[in-house]
Design a binder for this molecule. Structure first.
Ligand code: ARG
Length: 633
């Protein structure tokens, strides 16, 4: 393990490099040891401060370019051409126990790991860390040298659908990406609070209550609250448009419509919502039932995606008193000004230049005193800070709301809470095009998942042999379907739009969810057939793994903890997927070369231990993405 690697180098101790380099944790990340040692050696070679060298030891774009690469100019040594420096340093690099003699191309110096110490150290490390391999509990510590000071806390707000309205692609992506980001922080040892900020308040919920009085069905509500409420909502909206047309018609005919207007559905909804905000017990009780029944259903669906929330917050949970307080504060601090009876934030006047203009002039309080989406977010943000004392808060919301979140963070800053604003970050994403179910356009997450599971079930049935061995095909089809949807969503950069394509995402070929599941199930099946015990794998002699295929696979497996670390900076699930596909391709390419069947017992053990390490990494990666790795399908 890491100790074994360090022991190869005389005078190298883990404690030394941990103390010397920031965020360096060789016991859980083999590359930290390699970088630490390499920085030490390069310091002697170049004379440059080791602290400057360490962060410039980069990954390579592929195994053929080495395991670690250094661009000579990054060390900022003056007086010589970078190409010459690279050549000079390359030549001066001493014989090393962990690295092969470096290769120099232009001003790049590539370092390749020596395979014997790598193999001996990394595979046991993966085995012993198991599901912890790739996790870095040090990252989230307030003080990495003193765990008793506790963990840093992050709030991840994601999913946030609107009750009685469709769960659209924006919510789907927020759910998938947000779940992933929460997992990444959890793996990095942070204290993660997952919040779902429901759209559950506003005049439209007054209309919904009226609809329930008119068309509601108690049984249907209990059975399927989400669909029933949506139906009511659709019916009532249709009634409302019809009524609007009629009134317009009557008006055009010269009739007096004052009374009709005063009693219109729109007006009734407004009055009903007023009752809700005034705390009328019946009105509040009915709405509360809608909310609670919906949450029960949401929870079931989220559970299928391995997602849970610590708090179901929502627009309704923002208190009127808190909003009045903040409205006053904004006015006093001259952040908001009056405009035609309403209160607005005139950014152009507050911030000179383009930035102010770009932020526009959002309303924060309507003429009649009602608060808006933005007002609620301001209040909610400050409230969360008070309640959770978070170190960081991430909003996972579609890029359609970029402006909204910019306005929100800016207002918090202008109010003087710069430190709080600095802790907040918007993680955005693009659109999903062409998302529809077999029955038509998508309404709810369940509809999508059911459809994809059906499709997956059809795909599975095509292989009779395998199908008959699956214990619970429906459940497996469900998991494979969910993997399809999730992997498709996370394949590209977040900001890119993508087209929802049932055919490609459910295919076992190409870089898809089913392919990853297949890769995982295949290792499991090889393990089942080999029938080796854990003890046998543990005692395997790794030095027997000398073929290029084995070494390349191990080099990739050693990178895993570093890959997880990068997503803390990029927030791109595609970084994980790219790695997993690269690794599984190398893995599947090695099966023909590193055979289990027919090998000598000792070689068989070593190879199986290698495959088992690949299984651990694949499974850890899939779980980080929110997927359930299946053992057979
Ligand atoms: N419910 C909102 C919508 O569907 C998303 C909420 C985003 N979060 C927030 N804090 N504004 O558009």
């Amino acid at each position: 393990m890491a100790e074994d690697l360090a022991a190869q180098v005389s005078g190298l101790s883990l404690d030394d490099i941990v103390a010397k380099y920031p965020n360096c944790h060789p016991t859980i990340n083999p590359f930290d040891l390699y970088r630490g040692h390499l920085a030490n050696v390069l310091h002697d070679v170049t004379g440059v401060d080791h602290k400057i060298i360490y962060p410039n030891l980069q990954w390579t774009s592929g195994l053929d370019k080495g395991d670690i690469i250094l661009a000579a100019p990054s060390l900022r040594v003056k007086g010589k051409k970078p190409d010459e420096l690279a050549k000079e340093w390359g030549a001066k690099f001493p014989e090393d126990p962990l690295f092969q003699p470096p290769t120099v191309t232009n001003y790049f110096i590539s370092f390749f790991l020596k395979s014997a110490p790598l193999t001996k150290a990394v595979l046991p490390m993966i085995r012993s860390l198991g599901s912890e391999y790739g996790r870095n509990k040090f990252n989230g510590l307030r003080d990495p040298s003193d765990p008793s000071k506790g963990k840093k806390r992050i709030i991840v707000e994601f999913s946030s659908p609107n009750i009685a309205k469709p769960f659209h692609a924006g919510h789907l992506r927020s759910t998938i990406i947000g779940g992933f980001i929460a997992n990444v922080y959890d793996a990095a040892g942070w204290d993660v609070v997952r919040i779902n900020y429901l759209g559950d308040w506003g005049k439209q919920y007054g209309l919904l209550a009226l609809a329930y009085e008119k068309y509601g069905d108690e049984e249907a509500l209990k059975r399927d609250p989400i669909n029933h409420l949506f139906e009511l909502y659709v019916k009532m909206n249709a009634d409302m448009s019809r009524e609007k047309e009629e009134i317009a018609q009557e008006k055009a005919e010269g009739k007096d419509v004052t009374e009709r207007e005063a009693n219109s559905l729109d007006e009734q909804a407004r009055r009903y919502f007023r009752k809700m905000t005034d705390g009328d017990p019946d009105a509040v009780a009915l709405w509360k039932r809608f909310r609670e029944l919906s949450i029960v259903r949401y929870k079931e669906t989220y559970a299928r995606l391995n997602i849970h929330f610590d708090e179901y917050s929502g627009e309704s949970q923002v208190s009127e008193t808190a909003m009045e307080k903040i409205a006053k504060e904004m006015a006093e601090k001259k952040i908001s000004t009056e405009s035609e009876g309403a209160m607005i934030v005139n950014f152009a006047e507050l911030i000179p230049g383009k930035e102010g203009k770009r932020l526009e002039r959002p309303i924060v309080r309507k003429k009649d005193g009602t608060a808006l989406y933005l007002t609620r977010d301001i209040s909610e943000l400050l409230n969360r800070h008070e309640k959770y004392h978070f170190d960081k808060m991430i909003y996972v919301v579609a890029s359609a709301q970029d402006l909204h979140l910019k306005q929100l963070f800016k207002i918090i800053e202008l109010l003087g809470y710069n430190d709080i604003a600095a802790k907040c970050q918007h993680i955005n994403f693009g659109l999903v095009l062409g998302m529809s179910t077999r029955k038509g356009t998508v309404k709810f997450l369940d509809d999508i998942l059911r459809d994809v599971a059906d499709k997956m079930h059809d795909v599975m049935k095509k292989n009779d042999d395998k199908y008959s061995q699956v214990e619970n095909p429906e459940a497996t089809a469900d998991i494979l379907g969910i993997s399809s949807v999730m992997v498709q969503d996370m394949s590209g950069k977040r900001i890119n739009n993508y087209t929802f394509n049932m055919e490609t995402m459910t295919s076992f070929e190409g870089d898809t969810g089913p392919y990853l599941q297949y890769a995982h199930a295949r290792i499991c099946s090889i393990e089942r057939r080999a029938g080796l015990t854990q003890e046998e794998l543990e005692s395997a002699d790794m030095s027997l793994l000398t073929e290029a295929h084995a070494i390349n696979l191990i080099r990739l497996l050693a990178q895993w903890p570093d890959v997880v670390q990068t997503v803390l900076k990029t927030y791109e699930p595609t970084n994980i997927l790219t790695y997993l596909f690269k690794m599984t391709h190398v893995l599947s390419g090695s099966y023909d070369h590193l055979r289990i069947v027919g090998s000598e017992p000792e070689l068989k053990k070593a190879r199986m231990a290698l495959y088992d390490a690949a299984r651990i990494v694949l499974s850890n990666g899939m779980r980080l993405l929110g997927l359930d790795p299946v053992e057979r399908y």
